[in-house]
Design a protein around this ligand. Structure first.
Ligand code: G3P
Length: 219
């Protein structure tokens, strides 16, 4: 399973990259705004900076919502760096644009997926990734993990190569649940990724090992 970090914060991206388990980054307009990145030039430079930190898979989201606008913006983003994956919303114009990008060999991440039907359409259009938003479904008392399961079943039924990128992850248990279902990728905040490391018995066990070693060494 690939691990992406869901942030536009360069320090957090560097920290996750240093862990040695990072496969990519997802951003969206809200995450860019949270970092105070505004204006076309700053946004472009920020994507370039992210691409310098990670090895591949930097999702950069289009702002346009019409077909021509999405294509123009997506092509410009893809031309910035071969690591860029063009992130396109699940709307009719977006679907058409995903089909176009797919025919041109430009990788896409179809975002704002909330139903198996939407994921099926994106896969048929040739999306590289679909991003079901697990946490936002949980937030409205709907089981987000069931959506991931349904998409997995549909993609496996037909051998779609589109990868399931479980997004809107809230914590480490979401990541483990996605791994059990067979999501191809998770994108999560740094806290959820580092949360995977933690277990009190590991900390207690290590403390005991070190104490026993010190005692045996006469320290
Ligand atoms: O990047 C898309 C998605 O992961 C957003 O997550 O936390 O805003 O629901 P969230």
């Amino acid at each position: 399973m690939k691990f992406f970090i869901d942030t536009a914060n360069l320090n957090q991206i560097k920290e996750a990259q240093d862990l040695g388990v990072l496969d990519g980054v997802t951003t969206n307009p809200s995450l860019m705004a949270k970092e105070g990145i505004t204006g076309d030039e700053n946004i472009i430079n920020h994507y370039k900076a992210i691409c310098e930190i990670v090895d591949d898979n930097v999702s950069a989201e289009v702002i346009a919502t019409d077909y021509e606008g999405i294509v123009k913006e997506g092509e410009a983003l893809a031309a910035l760096n071969p690591k860029i994956v063009v992130k396109v919303p699940m709307i009719k114009e977006g679907l058409k644009a995903i089909k176009y990008f797919s025919s041109k060999g430009i990788r896409t991440n179809c975002t704002l997926i909330f139903s198996p039907a939407q994921a099926l359409l994106a896969a048929k259009a040739g999306a590289t990734y679909v991003s079901p938003f697990l946490g936002r479904l949980d937030d409205i008392s709907t089981d987000g993990l069931t959506l991931i399961e349904d998409i997995r079943l549909i993609f496996d039924n037909y051998g779609y190569e589109t990868q399931i990128l479980a997004a809107s992850i809230r914590g480490p248990l979401h990541i483990v649940a996605c791994a059990k279902i067979g999501a191809d990728v998770i994108t999560a905040p740094l806290s959820a990724i580092t949360g995977l490391l933690k277990h009190p018995l590991t900390d207690n066990g290590l403390a005991t090992f070190l104490a026993d070693h010190a005692k045996a060494s006469g320290k």
